[in-house]
Design a protein around this ligand. Structure first.
Ligand code: MIC
Length: 649
């Protein structure tokens, strides 16, 4: 049978289940990626599991988020991560080496392999012909311990690319076009596979930009073929031997199909405060800006920064505009210096930051209240920049640089200059200085974990009770992001290794009384949360499931869930339920008390669950979509208890 690239990758790694969309499949994982903000938990989980040495081919731990060292918390985390990487046989990318996704692509990505990362943007490495997926930390910990990754078999959504991008339009506009057409839940349950003649006009780095923001469509992954361009890229990184060709068969079929004619695209921009809120730049041109920010894993390449430099070369950015340059890796920063681009950027007024994720997740560079910030980053959910009342737009480096020059949103096609001819250096710098190789097993055994005072263990989780009386503490609308459940930012991120402390920030953007109300009834059985469509979109951070669980969330009832968050809830023993119809949702108000009885039996028997609204003489019909493996896990109170029990047997 003719196969597309996604099917080939899945078939090669399938350890359980059938390749029928919607069915749970188990996949062998070859490589993993963890970053500091989610990785501290992963390392604690590996310790709790008693892992001796990573069972994957390659596992890498990056430090790219918590780079601000204003007290001992972040540096303590860095040392803990370094010792854990050494202990478990994992690469360690030191603080300042750069963002996980581009560094992984440069140094470790291998076509044909599976990559599981505790970061929703792991899909960026799909640019290399890999099956790269984001997941919660504990799923990644399991993969490092040699367990399969379980996921629902996605539909494969073939995007046929034709034509060539016009001048001033770049890869970011391609993915913004897909978001314009399908919004933030258009990719749920799907892997987006790009094919067609337009591919030859997109470099590996362009593909990284497009693959990265598949996460914003809610997709399970993004896949590009491993073709001659991937070969060229690997050769330039001195890794040609890692290349194998992986192309779709000639008559391969896709579950869904769509075409993008690159030649017809124009500069696009996502307006505040959703990556799906996309319009042509011309529609908002002229709006004043306070900040123009270039960088993050969503625009990480040499080309993206070189373009930002060429556009402002010999000119000054508008007075008062903060033109923030966040190099994505040391390799790229070195090349930008070598080839003179930094010498063009700095005199224009640009502000240079260290290589890392930085302001993309609110770690510095927060904008002034209510002022427009233009960013090439992947997300603009409310408050994500670190400023509560923010107004963040997402666009290409071309649009961001042009706008910096004029102090207002500017269509780059209106610039009075030739389109800069920017190409990647033929011989990019290869930099392994801050990337430590794993220790050998005998050496690894000698390493002690270094746990500073900010590192708190994960509390014990109890089993799912059979009878529960749960007040609805919050009733929320559609598209609640993990940033709203548990924010990023410089105040919160340093507590990623400390659950009791980080829990204090839970839902503060949605309702700042939540924490106190939850704590009041935590020991009386806990509470339920209610939401709308696409609940938990965004990040893979398992803290967005763990922190509510710690505060007593037992059940989350919504219209539907984003994939990774749903899985994270299951992993930590929070029962994810959906309303059987939208009308059922109208029956519930914040403050209602839900009564469940015979719950353990009900979730084992079938998909239906009924709750009674206390004092209202009303029943609400709910359902779950857990596999039998997950039901078992749920009954035991989550994955950690489940593994412990299994290993005892
Ligand atoms: C994000 O874009 O929110 C991040 C930083 O990539 C996160 C990871 C995190 O929350 O630490 C993600 O998307 O998984």
């Amino acid at each position: 049978m003719a196969l597309n690239v996604t099917q080939k990758l899945i078939k090669d790694h399938l350890v359980s289940g059938e390749m029928t969309p919607g069915e749970e499949i188990g996949l062998k994982i070859d490589q993993t990626l963890t970053q500091d903000a989610t990785g501290t938990m992963v390392m604690l989980e590996l310790e709790a599991m008693g892992l001796d040495y990573a069972k994957t081919e390659v596992s890498a731990q990056y430090v790219d988020h918590n780079l601000i060292q204003e007290d001992s918390k972040n540096p303590d985390d860095h040392l803990f991560l370094e010792s854990a990487a050494q202990r478990f046989g994992i690469y360690f990318s030191r603080p300042g080496n750069g963002v996980s996704h581009p560094v992984h692509m440069q140094r470790l990505a291998v076509p044909g392999k599976t990559l599981l990362g505790s970061d929703s943007h792991t899909c960026a490495n799909g640019a290399m012909g890999m099956l790269a997926m984001g997941a919660g930390g504990i799923d990644v910990a399991m993969a490092i311990a040699g367990e399969p990754f379980y996921v629902k078999m996605p539909e494969v959504w073939g995007i046929y690319l034709e034509g060539e991008l016009p001048k001033w339009v770049s890869a970011k506009d391609v993915i913004l076009e897909l978001l314009r057409r399908h919004d933030v839940k258009g990719g749920v349950g799907k892997i987006i596979e790009y094919h067609g003649p337009g591919l030859k006009n997109l470099s590996a780095d362009d593909r990284h930009v497009i693959a990265n923001m598949g996460a914003e469509l809610g997709a399970t992954g993004t896949v590009f073929p491993s073709d001659d361009e991937v070969k060229r890229y690997l050769k330039s990184q001195d890794r040609e031997e890692d290349w194998t060709e992986i192309l779709a068969d000639d008559d391969a079929k896709y579950d869904l199909t769509e075409t993008i004619n690159l030649s017809e695209l124009e500069p696009l921009i996502a307006k505040p405060s959703s990556p799906g809120n996309v319009v042509p730049v011309t529609e908002v041109a002229g709006e004043p800006i306070y900040q123009s920010y270039i960088g993050s894993s969503a625009n990480p390449s040499y080309r993206d920064f070189a373009m930002a430099a060429e556009i402002v070369k010999g000119k000054q950015v508008a007075h008062g505009v903060s033109y923030d340059i966040n190099p994505s890796s040391r390799q790229i920063l070195t090349d930008l210096v070598k080839h003179g681009h930094m010498a063009n950027l700095l005199p224009s007024g640009a502000r240079l930051h260290q290589a890392g994720c930085n302001g993309c997740i609110g770690m510095g560079q927060a904008p002034a209240t209510g002022k427009n910030s233009l960013r090439t980053t992947p997300r603009n959910f409310p408050g994500r920049s670190g400023t509560k009342e923010d107004s963040v737009f997402l666009c290409s480096p071309e649009t961001a640089a042009a706008s910096a020059l004029f102090g207002k949103i500017t269509d780059p096609r209106t610039l009075d200059m030739d389109y800069p001819d920017v190409k990647d250096p033929d011989q990019p710098t290869i930099d392994m200085t801050l990337l430590d190789k794993p220790l050998l097993p005998e050496e690894a055994k000698q390493v002690e974990l270094q746990k500073g005072p900010n590192i708190a263990s994960i509390p014990e989780m109890d089993e799912l009770p059979d009878e529960m009386e749960l007040p609805v503490l919050l009733k929320m609308g559609d598209n609640i992001s993990t940033d709203e459940i548990l924010a990023g930012g410089a105040r919160v991120l340093p507590y990623r290794s400390n659950l009791p402390e980080i829990s204090k920030f839970t839902f503060e953007i949605v309702d700042d009384s939540y924490y106190d109300r939850a704590m009041d009834i935590r020991d009386e059985g806990g509470h339920a949360l209610v939401g709308g469509y696409n609940y938990g979109q965004g990040s893979s951070r398992e803290h967005a499931a763990l922190a509510p669980r710690f505060l007593g969330t037992r059940v989350v009832i919504v219209k539907d869930f984003a994939r990774i968050h749903w899985q994270n809830l299951v992993n930590f023993g929070v029962l994810p339920l959906t309303f059987s119809t939208d009308e059922e949702a109208d029956k519930l108000e914040q403050g209602d008390v839900l009564q469940f009885s015979g719950l353990r039996d009900a979730i084992q028997k079938g998909e239906e669950v009924t709750a009674t609204v206390k004092g209202k003489n009303e029943e609400v019909k709910l359902r779950h979509t857990l596999s039998s493996r997950q039901v078992d896990m749920m009954l035991k109170g989550g994955l950690i208890n489940w593994v412990r029990d299994r290993d005892k047997k």
